[in-house]
Each structure stands twice: as C-alpha cells, then as structure tokens.
Write a protein that binds this ligand. Structure first.
Ligand code: NDP
Length: 337
C-alpha cells in the first residue's frame, strides 16, 4: 500500500486542527502550521509534520505557552528584543520581521534577539524571508545538549544551526542552513523510526565509542561536522544565541527542560545587513554576487545551496506530499482527541 498522501492545503489544515485542539491558540498555531507546511512543501521532512507531536507535547506539559503574545522592545537604534513569553518561535519570528527590516534599511545593519522561546524548526524560513526583502541575513539558535565538544565524548552543545541568506535579483534568495553537528537530530530520529543505521561519523554511543545505531546515538553524543572546525561554529552559536542576547546555553536549557520531548527553551539571534548600504566601492553587490554563482554553476556536479528546496517547491503544490504511515497514524490520533 502506498504512503498516505496530502495536498499542501490538507497538510496545513491537519496541522491547524491538531495544534488548536491541544492548547495552542490561533495565532501561535497559524505561525507553526505555516512553518511546518513550508517544510513539507520544500521536502524538509525532519521539520515538517514530524514536528507536530513535539509542539503538542510542549503545550500540554505547560513548558510552552500556546497562547503567548510576543513582546517587542527597542534596545538600541539597531537592536530589537522580542520576548517570546514562552511561546513558540514561529510567531516570535513573524513579530520580528517588520521592525528588523525597517531598522536594517534605516541603519544598514540591525539585529534581533528573540528570547524565552521554543525553537523546533529549520532556520531557512527566517533568513529566506528577510532576504526576500533585499537583505543579507544570518540566524543562529542553540538547542538541548546533544553534541560533544571537540575531543570530548559527552553532550554539551546543541546541534546549533546557523542559516545564511543572500538576496538575488530575479531569483529566490541563495540560502544555506545547516546544523553544526554532522547531522540534525531529527535525521537520527527518522533513521530510528525507519529502522535504518546512521552513517559513520555522526555520533558516539554512551560508552564514547563511534556508533551507527541510531538508538545508541540518541543516548550518547552527536559529533560536530568537520571535527574542531564545526565545534568552533557550535561554540559561536552558543555565545550568540545564549550569552549575547541573554538566554540559555544548550546545557542550561537541558537542565531546565522537563523532558516532554517538545522544543526546548532558548534564544535565537538574527543579524541583518542591507547590501545597498555596505558597498563603499559603489558597485552593485547583488550583480557582483551573480558572477560567483555563475562560476560555481559552470562546474559540473555543483549546485547552489537551497536549489534542492526550490526544485521541490515547484513540484509539491501540484503533486502534494506523502506522510510516513506511522506518523500519519499518530497525527490522526492527535486530530481526533
Ligand atoms: P543539510 O546537511 O541537509 O544541508 C545543509 C545545507 O547544505 C542546506 O542549505 C543544503 O541546501 C545545502 N546543501 C546540501 N547538499 C548540497 C550540495 N550538494 N551543494 C550545495 N549545497 C548543498 O542540513 P543539516 O542536516 O545540517 O540541517 C537540517 C536542518 O535542521 C536545518 O534546516 C537546520 O536549521 C535544522 N536544525 C534545527 C535545529 C533547531 O534546534 N531548531 C537544530 C539543528 C538543525 P538544500 O536545502 O537545498 O539541500
């Protein structure tokens, strides 16, 4: 039998039905359902419907407040603070966009610190949105302690992703968005669900030895990509999304977590630059960048980061998406409660 199939509209409606039946208000639910549907649209399965049960767990346990209204405050002419009030990150991000774009256009550069939030998603939605307004954007968020520092065997860092987007004229933005761990944790969870081994180099077991068993990997420590170089990025993300904006490090978030399996508490740091205001040579930064992209694409075997998602985005509105049967059953159960 083929896997259950949904249109993108059905995906969004299913997400809304579940979220609003489980202590999540309309505004928070709408922002989450948009994020999850966009992940399914772009075939980023580990941040699609797969995340819905986690949002529900955090709302039901009371760790997150599904009715929170984010509070925005100016800290400096180019720095804004969004207190998510224990809500989920998608609504806090929606709240941040307009003032962050406005400040960046005024000053050439601006930053936003989102604190007291529950982030469970990819970072490309935020940087792509900001780049869609002609701005260069960076995003950083920490998570729970899953990843060993370089040379260590015990979890300390989060999987700590960073996202980057560059605006393009006549094209969707160039975006990369990657965990500083060798894999996102969701990928290991998907391997466990599907009974598949994980690649070598992703994790150590609880005994500190390398493992390809996803269950042992989840009990042990994930590894950074590229050894100490990825570990330096994980460290930077901890500092930017933690100490810099006044939120928790991953190990502090782990200590505060109730273990419900939902998104942890933490912060997100956004940095935004207007390329029309940084180019002292007076040249067109975006036109110049296109030459680099052309040179990359001139080599066989290359592609630009984000092209895979944009290709998927052309297909899924017509073709719809499939959902793993075990996840579909869980979602139907949640929708019926
Ligand atoms: P991947 O390794 O799948 O991809 C990383 C980046 O590399 C993507 O931008 C991808 O673009 C690009 N890429 C992949 N292959 C190529 C290629 N051959 N040529 C050029 N570019 C390429 O991502 P990760 O597994 O590291 O992370 C997955 C997601 O998990 C991210 O979205 C991240 O934000 C999220 N995450 C979220 C966390 C949280 O706490 N909120 C924690 C950790 C991760 P493309 O998309 O086009 O394939």
């Amino acid at each position: 039998m083929s896997d259950p199939h949904l249109t993108l509209e059905q995906t969004h409606a299913l997400a809304m039905r579940i979220l609003t039946r489980h202590r999540i208000g309309e505004a928070q639910a709408q922002a989450i359902a948009d994020t999850v549907t966009h992940a399914e649209r772009d075939e980023c399965k580990s941040h699609g419907l797969f995340r819905i049960p986690g949002y529900v767990k955090a709302a039901k346990s009371g760790k997150a407040d599904g009715h929170a209204v984010p509070l925005i405050k100016d800290l400096a002419p180019g720095v804004i603070h969004i207190d998510s009030k224990r809500g989920f990150a998608p609504l806090a991000l929606k709240t941040a966009y307009a003032p962050l774009i406005e400040r960046t256009r005024q000053q050439g550069i601006a930053a936003a610190g989102i604190t007291n939030t529950h982030h469970f998603a990819a970072l490309w939605p935020e940087v792509e949105t900001l780049a869609g307004h002609g701005l260069v954007a960076f995003a950083f968020t920490a998570a729970l302690s899953y990843v060993a520092p370089a040379g260590g065997t015990k979890p300390l860092y989060g999987t700590n992703p960073m996202g980057f987007a560059w605006p393009r004229q006549g094209h969707s933005p160039l975006v990369f968005d990657q965990a500083s761990s060798a894999s996102a944790r969701g990928e290991i969870q998907l391997h466990l669900r599907d009974g598949k081994p994980i690649p070598e180099g992703w994790a150590l077991g609880p005994d500190g030895a390398p493992t390809t068993d996803p269950e042992m990997a989840l009990k042990g420590a994930q590894l950074c990509f590229g050894g100490y170089k990825g570990a330096a990025i994980a460290l930077m993300v901890e500092l930017l999304a933690g100490a810099l904006i006044g939120d928790l490090f991953s190990f502090e978030s782990t200590a505060a977590d109730n273990g419900d399996g939902g998104p942890p508490t933490g912060g997100e740091f956004l940095l935004c630059i207007d390329p029309a205001k940084t180019n002292g040579a007076g040249s067109n930064a975006l036109a110049h960048a296109e030459k680099l992209f052309e040179a990359i694409m001139a080599q066989p075997g290359t592609r630009l980061p984000s092209d895979r998602r944009y290709e998927a985005r052309k297909r899924t509105p017509e073709e719809g998406i499939t959902v793993a049967p075990v996840l579909y059953e869980e979602l139907q159960r949640l929708a019926a409660q």
